[in-house]
Design a protein around this ligand. Structure first.
Ligand SMILES: Cc1cc2nc3c(=O)[nH]c(=O)nc-3n(C[C@H](O)[C@H](O)[C@H](O)COP(=O)(O)OP(=O)(O)OC[C@H]3O[C@@H](n4cnc5c(N)ncnc54)[C@H](O)[C@@H]3O)c2cc1C
Length: 396
């Protein structure tokens, strides 16, 4: 059986792959999208996009479609040590991961074929690449965009390895809440920072998705930690035990759905510099959900790749390693990767630092943010304050 020919085979249709298919298809390039799922299934991943991510999304041409499907947070309260220190203008959009990816898939032009299959192997060379599909069939492409996320299934055929930078770096807990004993929550969105380093937690965020209020808690614990077992069974009491001063701000609540818990390793892929294949999103490197930079990394990768690099690569013959290297060496991509890695490590270090200087740093954040909050309450000053967050740990 002869292989199906195309210019670009995109392997994996999550956030990165679906976005690449939409952008390349809209640019009139010849590409196919390969993924085992016709519609992206429910999955606990990124559930909101912040202002900086939406800015990059604007460059992909998909921002409006996503804004229509998502829920804006309007205003976001920031609280520390039981005090609301700032009420900043909202810049986040809440959307579950499945609907986010499926909204993007809905923007892929019809002429881009969707191949419902799992890629089993990729043979990459300087001219043409061969993707072998499980269940039979092959795709012959000039370029493979590898966007298969956390999956390890294609690593061997491409001799890729993973360097674990920080095993079980953080654990994310997600659930949907409704008010109990009160008609509504007092806030439209809230970010609350951990109270003590000994709690081994970073923060919890509450934000609207549709009519519901979603909670994302980020902790630095092992996956078998007793707190996580309690979060599964008694999320309200476990949360208030972890963050006792949150209760007066949040009020009582009931959990509406199953508590989801996901640990994440920070890793980077090695052996990626090769002819004919380029890695994007989690396939290249993961990020820490507490730092909230995963979607930013995916968007930056795909925006640079599809707006700048692929159109250049396709315009000239061959697909050698030197061509592909231009993407990995792209200063915008490199700055984003470095920012993401540093933010993940700094947020954890700062949250767990139980020395005097750690306490001082957290206290100065508190004072700075409270001062900023006070300025916001003065209307003539508030208008001149940008809607961006404080650096390092304030943006998750
Ligand atoms: C719990 C959690 C919370 C998070 N929260 C945030 C947050 O608040 N903010 C933020 O910015 N980021 C967050 N992130 C990170 C963000 O969700 C990820 O960085 C992003 O989803 C990665 O997208 P991707 O397209 O690279 O991978 P994925 O979305 O995983 O897509 C991979 C795709 O590849 C397909 N695939 C796999 N193997 C094959 C194969 N062999 N052949 C064909 N297809 C294949 C899969 O079916 C899937 O569709 C979070 C992550 C987690 C786990």
């Amino acid at each position: 059986m002869s292989a199906r020919k195309t210019d670009i085979a995109i392997v994996g249709g999550g956030l990165a792959g679906s976005l690449a298919a939409a952008m390349l298809g809209r640019a009139g390039l010849d590409c196919v999208l390969i993924d085992p799922h016709e519609a992206y299934p429910d999955d606990f991943r990124c559930e909101k996009l912040d202002g900086s991510q939406l800015e990059i999304m604007q460059k992909t041409g998909l921002a409006e479609a996503i804004a229509r499907a998502a829920t804006p947070d309007r205003t976001c309260w920031v609280a520390r040590l039981g005090r609301v220190v700032e009420k900043r203008p909202g810049d986040q959009l809440g959307i579950f991961y499945g609907p986010l990816v499926n909204t993007i898939r809905g923007e892929i032009p019809r002429r881009v074929p969707f191949i419902r299959a799992k890629a089993q192997a990729v043979a990459a060379r300087a001219e043409r690449q061969l993707v072998t599909l499980a269940g039979g069939g092959q795709i012959n492409a000039r370029l493979v965009v590898l966007a298969n996320g956390l999956s390890v299934s294609l690593r061997d055929s491409l001799a890729l390895t993973r360097e674990i930078v920080s095993p079980c770096h953080s654990v994310t807990v997600g659930f949907t809440i409704k008010p109990r004993g009160q008609s509504a929550f007092a806030f439209s969105a809230l970010t609350y920072y951990a109270e003590r380093p000994a709690d081994r937690a970073a923060l919890v965020t509450f934000f609207p998705i549709g009519a519901g209020m979603r909670a994302n808690l980020f902790v630095y614990r092992q996956s078998d930690d007793p707190l996580l077992r309690r979060m599964r069974k008694e999320p309200q009491s476990a949360l208030f035990e972890l963050m006792p001063n949150l209760r007066p701000i949040l009020g009582d609540f009931a959990v509406e759905d199953k508590v989801q818990i996901r640990p994440i390793d920070l890793y980077v892929t090695r052996g990626h510099r090769q002819a004919g294949v380029v890695l994007v999103g989690d396939a290249f490197a993961t990020s820490c959900p507490a730092a909230g930079t995963g979607a930013r990394k995916v968007l930056t990768d795909v925006e640079r790749l599809c707006n700048l690099h692929i159109p250049r690569w396709i315009a000239t013959p061959g697909m050698d390693e030197a061509k592909i290297a231009a993407f990995y060496d792209d200063p915008v991509k490199q700055a984003c990767d470095t920012f993401s890695a540093n933010k993940a490590l700094r947020l954890k270090a700062m949250s767990l630092d139980d020395t005097f200087s750690g306490a001082l740093r957290r206290r100065s954040k508190f004072v700075l943010q409270a001062a900023r909050g006070a300025l916001r309450r003065r209307p003539q000053v508030a208008e001149t304050l940008p809607a961006v967050q404080l650096p390092v740990e304030a943006s998750a």
